[in-house]
Write a protein that binds this ligand. Structure first.
Ligand code: NAP
Length: 264
């Protein structure tokens, strides 16, 4: 197949949780940049919706597959399907849904276990399964995390506590896989205009007994750029880290947060 021009020309990219929000924005930009895209999401209905959204670009994903990031068997099935269609994977974009809101005393033990599976085991399973492909290609991995891992967010204990472990895992993987030319980074969004951020704001507003507009106004005021990000702005950073243009950035956490986080 002749590669379309672009920053990801001919790159075989598997993207998870890519049916909405940040994941869909990455899928859209990756296609526009010439990637051979394997689009995945947790269910047929949202995958079909996302695929028809992407068709508007004139380039479609080459393959789509149901992939539940919390289910090892589902990862295996999706990877087998993608390998059989694309022959392998050069780049992996790991996105996962956010864990439920709540303070450390509100969420039960089972939620802590599920958050570990959602945030940490998903990355471990996906990168382990695709390691042979990535090593062969000298590939790229980008894992979406959150600024919560650097500066805790009120009412998001699961993310505040478990996501720093993902940054540590990314550094471990980068050190190990660097020998094979595989570059692994985390991308930590600040506040991004998606359904997820509206859910988080609604939970914060309920907890504090104020309205959602007040929560948003306060958050916007704390962002030096004075606004939330568009998903497309996060996608730009992801595409750089996933592309062959990234030749020497690995083991890093890239904050795309409009200056929100004050400490590194
Ligand atoms: N938005 C922000 O301001 C912000 C800030 C910091 C960090 N983040 C993090 O960035 C990530 C993406 O956020 P977003 O705002 O784009 O989220 P979003 O709009 O809520 O989208 C979540 C995506 O995850 C998919 N999904 C749900 N359950 C899944 C599963 N079990 N396996 C695979 N995929 C699943 C959803 O698919 P369906 O369409 O089928 O539901 C959807 O594509 C999240 O981890 C979030 O915590 C977001």
């Amino acid at each position: 197949m002749s590669a379309a021009p672009g920053r990801l020309a001919g790159v075989r990219l598997l993207a998870t949780a890519a049916t909405r929000g940040i994941g869909l924005a990455v899928a859209r930009l990756a296609l526009a940049e010439g990637a051979r895209l394997a689009l995945t999401g947790p269910g047929e209905a949202s995958l079909t919706r996302a695929a028809s959204d992407l068709e508007g670009l004139g380039r479609s994903p080459e393959v789509w597959a149901v992939l539940d990031v919390t289910d090892a068997a589902s990862i295996d099935r999706a990877v087998a399907r993608v390998r059989s269609r694309l022959g392998g994977i050069d780049a992996l974009f790991v996105n996962v849904p956010g864990a439920p809101s709540g303070g450390w005393r509100d969420v039960g033990e089972e939620a802590w276990r599920r958050a570990f599976e959602l945030y940490v085991l998903s990355v471990l399973r996906l990168v382990s399964t695709l390691r042979p492909d990535l090593e062969r290609a000298g590939g790229r991995v980008v894992v979406v995390t959150s600024y919560a891992a650097v500066e805790p967010i009120e009412g998001l204990a699961l993310s505040n506590v478990v996501r720093p472990a993902v940054h540590a895992l990314v550094r471990e993987m980068a050190r190990d896989l660097g020998r094979c030319g595989v570059l692994v980074n985390a991308l930590a969004p600040g506040r991004v205009e998606t359904e997820r951020v509206r859910q988080v704001e609604a939970a914060q507003a309920r907890q504090r007994g104020v309205d959602e507009a007040a929560v948003r106004a306060e958050t916007v005021a704390s962002i030096p750029l004075g606004r939330y990000a568009r998903p497309e702005e996060v996608a730009e950073a992801a595409v750089f880290l996933l592309s062959p243009a990234n030749t020497y950035v690995t083991g890093q956490v890239l904050l795309v947060d409009g200056g929100l986080v004050r400490r590194g």
